[in-house]
Design a protein around this ligand. Structure first.
Ligand SMILES: *[C@@H]1O[C@H](CO)[C@@H](O)[C@H](O)[C@H]1NC(C)=O
Length: 417
């Protein structure tokens, strides 16, 4: 059996947990898990060609529009121009990286690349859906491709401030300033456009999908892809609501409700309207959900975080799915069933697309090994890149839902050491 395991160098993970005593440590730990999960370069890619490295661009005049990172510095993006048949096609990819939900962890975030331009890498590798090589990215390689950096801590959707702690919560303004600048750089003439994003950026691509669509004329083909953005309002291993509590903090602190769909807010509280399960029915623009059924971030941070399992009885299982016992696997199956139930109506609508594979993974569009490679994950023999391309170009209907764990032998499951 071909079982690929992708080991994440998270040596300090288990020992860190035992010394956590405050939200700053939680924030650091969370950042650490995020860094591990978002690393687009897997430790097991010896023979990959050198990825395209793309320099950062500061958004002109963003600060004058009040569009700033948590610490007041300018937001930024990485842009690689399209060519040939892709010269008028645009892919806008929103970076992910968790959220900040308290003054304390937002203040901490100002000292990281997720909260300040000062700490951002000034070049980034473009791999997977961002790759410029047709053999790595068959449908989007020659498009104009943009990765917008994430430095607001609320999925590009907050709009408030905290003066006492010199915090700016300007995600919505960053989103608008970035799109405005890209429009002026040629995106206004796009004949097709795809808004994508992973994790917190995948949630942002759902939140901003219709707004993105409305910026183009009707004749432009516009769609959205959410990768690992389907965060469930789920019960954790102690019966609590870890993620709902966290999202509640994000929404309240950053005043995210200002930018959530009114049609949702008429029915539900703002925190509920930050969850994709309650948002997707309000999205009119064609949307594709790419998600691992046992999303590695949600397993780590929503279902079995340290706070819900202080004795650490889930540590082995959450670090490596192969070490889970039968009741733990059942807990994950219930989580998958909740996910499938939440996307049931969505999948019936014809313009939507789905790729829900039964893997312990996170962010499968940005990593080359999961997007498109000789041994990349498959559902019905179809890799992620082909599923997304076929859906975008209306070549096929894609509603790919995998059989339950452990049936899929093509997964690139994340394992934490
Ligand atoms: C599985 O592991 C959990 C956590 O250690 C434990 O509480 C539970 O009793 C175990 N279940 C079985 C069936 O062994």
């Amino acid at each position: 059996m071909r079982m690929k395991v992708f080991v994440i160098a998270a040596l300090a993970f288990v020992s860190l947990v035992s010394v956590i005593d405050g939200s700053e440590h939680e924030a650091q730990l969370s950042e650490f898990v995020n860094d591990a999960l978002f690393s687009s370069v897997s430790s097991k890619q010896p023979s990959q060609p050198q990825p395209l490295m793309v320099p950062i661009t500061v958004i002109n005049g963003a600060a004058a529009k009040g569009a700033v990172c948590l610490d007041g510095t300018s937001p930024a993006y990485h842009f690689h121009p399209g060519s040939g048949s892709g010269a008028n096609s645009w892919l806008i990819h929103l970076e992910g990286g968790g959220w900040c939900n308290t003054i304390r962890n937002c203040v901490f975030r100002k000292t990281t690349r997720r909260g300040s331009f000062k700490f951002m890498e000034k070049t980034l590798p473009f791999t997977g859906i961002l790759s410029n090589k047709p053999e790595e990215n068959p449908d989007f390689f020659n498009w104009n491709r943009v990765k917008i950096r994430y430095c607001d801590g609320a999925s590009f959707a907050g709009d408030s401030q905290n003066e006492a702690n010199q915090l700016q919560f300007r995600g919505q303004k960053i989103w608008l300033a970035a799109i405005e600048e890209l429009m002026s750089k040629g995106m206004q003439k796009a004949n097709q456009a795809l808004l994508s994003g992973c994790s917190a950026g995948g949630l942002a691509s759902i939140i901003h999908c219709d707004e993105f669509g409305s910026m183009f004329p009707k004749s432009t083909k516009v769609k959205c892809l959410s990768d690992a953005g389907f965060f469930l309002d789920a019960v954790d291993v102690s019966g609590g609501h870890t993620l709902r509590n966290m999202f509640g903090g994000v929404v309240t602190l950053q005043e995210v409700q200002k930018n959530l769909p009114k049609s949702c807010l008429n029915q539900l509280d703002p925190t509920s309207c930050f969850f994709p399960q309650n948002l997707i029915q309000h999205v009119q623009t064609p949307l594709f959900l790419l998600n691992a059924a046992y999303d590695a971030w949600q397993v780590q941070e929503s279902l079995a975080p340290h706070s819900a399992d202080p004795s650490g009885s889930w540590n082995d299982c959450k670090a490596n799915h192969a070490r889970c016992n039968s009741s733990q696997i059942q807990f994950f199956q219930d989580f998958r069933n909740q996910l499938l139930n939440d996307v049931k109506d969505f999948s019936k609508s014809s313009p939507t697309g789905l790729f829900i594979n039964s893997c312990f993974a996170h962010c499968q569009s940005e990593r080359q090994d999961t997007w498109f490679a000789d041994d990349s994950p498959l559902i019905n023999d179809m890799p992620v890149a082909i599923a997304v391309g076929d859906w975008f170009f209306d070549r096929k209907t894609i509603k790919a839902i995998d059989c339950a764990y452990p049936c899929d032998t093509t997964c690139h499951n994340l394992v934490f050491k």
